[in-house]
Design a protein around this ligand. Structure first.
Ligand code: NAD
Length: 360
């Protein structure tokens, strides 16, 4: 029997409702594969502000760092909206990512054939897409110095941010992208702006150098403006996309919308001591407490945790197959409901996926 320690941060809004369904599915996986998941609840976000007056108490950091993975819901809501930035729930999220040293954000973009009509894109363009966007998360223009708004002698102001990457920062994210591609369709597309930016030329040189260690992986480079266009023109050409922080931020949001349903998309932030696994959506305060939130992004995040956080590949695939089965059987939460399908609430969707874990 394998034992794993999982820190659980339910967070705010719909967080507690959907995390509960994720745990339900994980428990079923533990039973089926004879594992033990030992959960420790931690406070991050608005709930931590209410209890400890801090969106990320040190006790939560300590508990997460003593775990094998962090299973995260979502944070934020109108109750805390007027606090200063550093005291808001979202500050807890940024601080925990930093504390974990998670330099890579992975966002799979997959269209479930059952949900193809939820996208605004033509079915023939998006059917069968399966992309992994690998975004650098702790460097680039979001962190580079100098930064700030400075006064000029002529009385004007000047805003400055700096895009910077050093060799090791580029090397580790590019290597991770190639390692992921090996387990998928063996193709990497690196995104940069090397025709204009020096930092991108260095990025491109390091991609070339790294690719030599992966002769079985096909790779290409795209300028970011072209990549943005290609993503909507012909997304099926992509397998793994790797990009720096700002380009990855924008492209991963664009790519996620190919699927058309925010309640379906998970993410993983990895590369540090402990990985963090969470849906890409927020705490959806507008529907919190009504039992109608879609728990599938959270359950998909559980699958990512099994695969990338705990190295349990078969278990992760089982969760994914269970989700596919439930969708194929016609069950839908209200956000993905369509004519002729069976509408279920958050809890029922969790129950159905948990049951399907033993049927796939
Ligand atoms: P949101 O993602 O919470 O909601 C956007 C829309 O999508 C809403 O109409 C919501 O009802 C719907 N939605 C989201 N998740 C859903 C689900 N699982 N099932 C069904 N419908 C779903 O974004 P927002 O409204 O801009 O932000 C709300 C709060 O969440 C804010 O405080 C924001 O800062 C925070 N936020 C947190 C995270 C995070 O914790 N990682 C990410 C984004 C936003």
């Amino acid at each position: 029997m394998a034992e794993f320690k999982i820190a659980v941060a339910e967070g705010d809004g719909i967080g507690p409702e959907i995390v509960k369904e994720g745990i339900k599915v994980l428990d079923e996986i533990a039973d089926r594969f004879n594992h033990k998941f030992d959960y420790t609840n931690v406070y991050i976000g608005g709930c931590a502000i209410d209890k400890f007056k801090d969106p990320l108490p040190q006790d939560s950091i300590d508990k997460v760092l003593a775990s094998d993975a962090l299973f995260f819901g979502s944070v934020g809501g109108p109750k805390w909206e007027n606090l200063p930035h550093e005291k808001k729930p979202e500050a807890g999220l940024l601080r925990i990512r930093k504390a974990l040293g998670a330099f890579a954000n992975l966002r799979p973009v997959k269209v479930f054939s059952e949900l193809i009509d939820s996208s605004t894109m033509k079915p023939e363009v998006i059917s069968g897409i399966d992309i992994m966007v690998v975004r650098e998360l702790t460097g680039g223009i979001y962190f580079g110095k100098p930064r700030g708004v400075f006064n000029l002698p002529n009385g004007e102001k000047k805003g400055v941010n700096t895009m910077e990457y050093s060799t090791h920062e580029i090397k580790r994210i590019v290597k991770l992208a190639f390692d992921i591609a090996i387990k998928r369709n063996k193709k990497v597309t690196s995104v940069d702006k090397a025709n204009i930016l020096d930092v991108s030329q260095l990025w491109r040189d390091i991609v070339e150098d790294t690719a030599k260690d992966y002769p079985e992986v096909e790779y290409n480079h795209l300028y970011v403006d072209n990549a943005a266009m290609q993503l909507v023109r012909n997304p099926k050409q992509f397998d793994v996309i790797v990009a720096g922080n700002i380009f990855g931020d924008i492209l991963s949001d664009e790519a996620s919308m190919l699927t058309g349903s925010i309640g379906m998309l998970p993410s993983a932030s990895i590369g540090g001591k402990v990985g963090m696994f969470e849906p890409i959506h927020g705490s959806a305060p507008d529907i919190a407490g009504q039992g109608i939130a879609n728990p599938l992004a959270q359950i998909e995040s559980a699958a990512m945790m099994l695969k990338y956080g705990l190295n349990l590949n078969e278990e992760a695939a089982t969760v994914e197959k269970a989700i596919e089965k439930v969708l194929k059987d016609g069950y839908r939460t209200p956000d993905i409901m369509s004519k002729g399908k069976k509408q279920v609430c958050t809890r029922e969707m969790g129950d159905l996926v948990a049951k399907a874990v033993n049927e796939v």
